[in-house]
Design a protein around this ligand. Structure first.
Ligand SMILES: Cc1cc2nc3c(=O)[nH]c(=O)nc-3n(C[C@H](O)[C@H](O)[C@H](O)COP(=O)(O)O)c2cc1C
Length: 316
């Protein structure tokens, strides 16, 4: 059975600059989900979202936009915007776990409200021809919450339900709950994708063995901490390319140049790259030391020196 790999969106990381650089240097991802659009009570779409979805910024990429909302009007406004750009599908985020989101009944805070989900999906399907897909956790308080949502979703031609096998209140702590994910597979009549903690080829193989009916896997953090992972999964190989660290270095340099040109001032670029290094460092032999070295670099010159040192260390 051939596997489809999807890049699970990470707000602040997997924007169009990252996606393009990733695609050029690594590949292995079939479809990217864009980080969510949130209207926040404003009626317009923010320019950062517009840039991220602009077709000219995503030329060699199969991209699906995502929305986070609990309001049919906002949903439909985003549908109109993405359809004007030529997108056919909108992914609905019912996964975000952060209290400032969930307390307002958004993200995973909406899973316990099947009637509200129904009302929104009804209007979206009555008033547009957009293809809707879901990205969900299994609940906020309990992993059984999602089971009450499935009958609602089955009333609509939902393309797929990607499930991050955690509950909202866990945030990113603890493990994924694979028994509860199995309950989802046993209960839903719709297409389910697996998401959560795929950080190595071995881990992917375990998930594939445990859930043989699943053929779509979403990778989030693992794609940043080890960008070779999707192509290695596709090759079914544990071997990195011989020039692993050269490729990684070129990718890093391209990301740096892109963000340096887009962000103004030394602090934002430093913070941006440091965010990436929290993940990148996990690929390096001594993760803590690597991250500390990069973090300590106070200015751009020292940052480049630190980058040189950590890559040289892997090559020596
Ligand atoms: C920093 C960060 C930002 C995220 N942003 C989004 C987002 O915009 N939309 C979304 O559906 N999920 C978002 N997620 C969740 C991931 O897409 C993914 O579902 C989760 O990390 C579990 O998958 P993983 O273990 O492969 O990372 C985010 C996660 C993190 C850590």
């Amino acid at each position: 059975m051939s596997t489809t790999l999807l890049s699970s969106p990470l707000q602040g990381f997997t924007d169009f600059r990252f996606r393009n650089a990733f695609q050029k240097h690594f590949g292995g991802i079939d479809t990217f989900y864009a980080p969510y659009i949130r209207l926040d009570g404003k009626s317009g779409i923010k320019s950062s979202y517009k840039r991220d979805l602009a077709p000219e910024n995503n030329e060699n990429i199969h991209l699906i936009p995502q929305v986070m909302t609990n309001n049919a009007d906002d949903f439909l406004l985003v549908v109109k915007y993405i359809q004007e750009l030529g997108y056919k599908e909108l992914n609905w985020n019912l996964g975000c776990p952060y209290p400032m989101v969930t307390k307002r009944g958004l993200g995973s805070g909406l899973i316990c409200e099947p009637d509200k989900i129904d009302t929104i999906l009804k209007r979206v399907h009555e008033e547009s021809d957009v293809v809707v897909s879901m990205k969900m956790r299994m609940g906020y308080e309990e992993p059984t919450e999602i089971l009450e949502v499935f009958p609602v979703l089955e009333k609509y031609p939902i393309k797929n339900i990607a499930i991050h096998a955690r509950i909202g209140k866990q945030l990113y702590k603890g493990g994924v709950n694979l028994d509860a994910f199995q309950d989802c597979l046993d209960t839903s009549k719709q297409k389910i994708y697996y998401n959560g903690d795929i950080t190595s080829v071995e881990r992917y193989r375990e998930m594939q063995l445990r859930f043989p009916s699943v053929d779509h896997f979403m990778i989030g953090r693992g794609l940043i901490s080890d960008p070779f992972l999707p192509s290695m999964i596709k090759r079914d190989s544990l071997e990195y390319p011989e020039n692993r660290w050269e490729i990684f270095r070129e990718f890093h340099d391209e990301l740096y140049q892109e963000y340096d040109a887009a962000l103004s001032g030394p602090v934002p670029i430093k913070m941006k790259m440091l965010g990436f290094w929290e993940y990148f460092s996990q690929s390096f032999s001594d993760s803590r030391k690597t991250y500390k070295k990069i973090k300590k670099a106070g200015n751009a010159k020292n940052y480049h020196k630190a980058v040189e040192a950590v890559f040289s260390n892997e090559l020596s």
